[in-house]
Design a protein around this ligand. Structure first.
Ligand code: ADP
Ligand code: ASP
Ligand code: MG
Length: 402
């Protein structure tokens, strides 16, 4: 007998028929004798629809009230799934983030987990009940509802796997596993049998939404046995683990992120302390800066370009304009029509020429590169958003389809 955490994404529970299908998957694991804890996301596009509804009433609602609203989607899913399992004659209980003791910090809309007691879940498992948990939600020290950021149900599932010391954490989705690129965009994308936590973390952070990046971070820290698989097709999926058995290929995947915007500030003084002032103004607003490029100085000035999340663009520009006198720049420009295309792979450390192959693919398909950034296991380029799909296809074809 094992303790298994299963998580089903929004598309897997989008309607009554799908809920009933998932109920059978859960029932099978339970009747084999396992303890089963299930995390669910909101049905289909519910979360997006709730955001639209909010904006119809107030385009700038408080983050607290947004979380109050968004958390309802997951609550609907667990209640409906409990009813489906009751119909199969199985003992089941559905619980909210508050009921499972999911304590988070106070950062509404993007809260981080601080503690998870899970006493209630353990008690329910002892009574041999299937436990259904509303994903993505927690509660902060003011007893207010918080949410963990878009895609955060994966992180709920991994956190539960950690505190319950689960034998396995299965993430069921609408794809058969982790692919070399988004299979909905790149028809030639290939399913990976396994991938390391490090590579998966990079892919997820660089736009491959198949897993919430914080779920992978946590799985890595606590060595959680994790598997991504399909709710529709009964096949082994992709195992995410510390070390993989297969020999490493040059790269393991190509990802794209369109939640990116570029900012350039012109003619800052070429002297110590300027970059500090720029990025301090942004960090005060809790804005993350990603790729940074500083031009070579001319006369006594230089330009600084960098990227931020597109959702932070307005706030970043406002913060910089407010600090303009203090920083001392002549002008600021912004571009929200950019995207970041990245390749990820631990194998690139031992394979020279990977960057050249990537840039050649972009050159052949006439895609111009804006900024470039690299780390040991990834290379990212900033391109025009309208060229991003073409860029991703060309790079994928160069590495995986020849
Ligand atoms: P869920 O609702 O189950 O959480 P998501 O929509 O969050 O599912 O994530 C699954 C989607 O991630 C897939 O439908 C696919 O389009 C996308 N995706 C992006 N990159 C990858 C990749 N490398 N491998 C698999 N899926 C990917
Ligand atoms: N329902 C939330 C979202 O759409 C959380 C999740 O799906 O993981 O982002
Ligand atoms: Mg998801």
């Amino acid at each position: 007998m094992a303790l298994i955490v299963q998580k089903f994404g929004g598309s897997s529970v989008a309607n009554a028929e799908k809920i009933e299908r998932v109920a059978w998957i859960i029932a099978e694991k339970y009747t084999e004798g396992n303890d089963v804890v299930v995390v669910l996301s909101a049905q289909g596009d519910t979360t997006d629809d709730l955001i639209t509804k909010a904006n119809e009433i107030n385009p700038n609602p408080s983050k607290r009230e947004m979380d109050m609203l968004l958390s309802t989607g997951e609550q609907i899913s667990v209640a409906l799934m409990a009813m489906a399992l009751e119909k199969l004659g199985l003992p089941v209980v559905s619980l909210t983030g508050w009921q499972i003791g999911m304590q988070t910090n106070t950062e509404y809309n993007n809260a981080r987990i601080k503690a998870l007691s899970a006493e209630r879940i353990k008690a329910e498992l002892d009574r041999r009940r299937i436990v259904l948990v509303a994903g993505f939600q927690g509660i902060n020290r003011y007893d207010d509802i918080t949410t963990l950021g878009r895609g955060g149900s994966d992180t709920t599932a991994v956190a539960l796997a950690v505190v319950l010391n689960a034998d396995l954490c299965q993430i069921f989705s609408d794809v058969e596993g982790v692919y070399t690129s988004d299979p909905r965009k790149i028809p030639g994308a290939k399913k990976l049998d396994e991938i390391t936590y490090d590579e998966m973390l990079e892919l997820a952070s660089l736009g491959a939404q198949v897993l919430h990046n914080r779920s992978v971070e946590m799985a890595k820290r606590y060595n959680v046995k994790m598997e991504v698989l399909s709710s529709y097709v009964r096949k082994p999926g992709t195992k995410v683990k510390g070390v993989t058995k297969v020999e490493q290929s040059k790269i393991s995947g190509v990802a794209m992120d369109t939640n990116v915007a570029q900012i350039a500030i012109m003619e800052v003084e070429d002297e110590p302390g300027i970059a500090f002032r720029v990025f301090q103004a942004l960090s005060k607003e809790k804005i993350n800066v990603d790729i940074i490029l500083q031009s070579v100085g001319r006369n006594t000035t230089k330009d600084i370009s960098f990227t931020v999340a597109r959702t932070d663009l307005d706030c970043a520009v406002a913060a910089l304009k407010e600090a303009q006198k203090f920083i001392g720049f002549s002008d600021i420009s912004m571009n929200a029509n950019v995207a970041k295309v990245s390749i990820v792979g631990a194998g690139m450390m031992s394979s020279p020429g990977v960057a050249a192959m990537m840039f050649e693919a972009l050159y052949d398909s006439k895609v111009n590169i804006g900024l470039i950034s690299t780390s040991e296991i990834k290379i990212s380029v900033l391109v025009d958003e309208h060229e991003a799909d073409r860029a991703m296809s060309a790079i994928h074809a160069r590495f995986f389809e020849t």
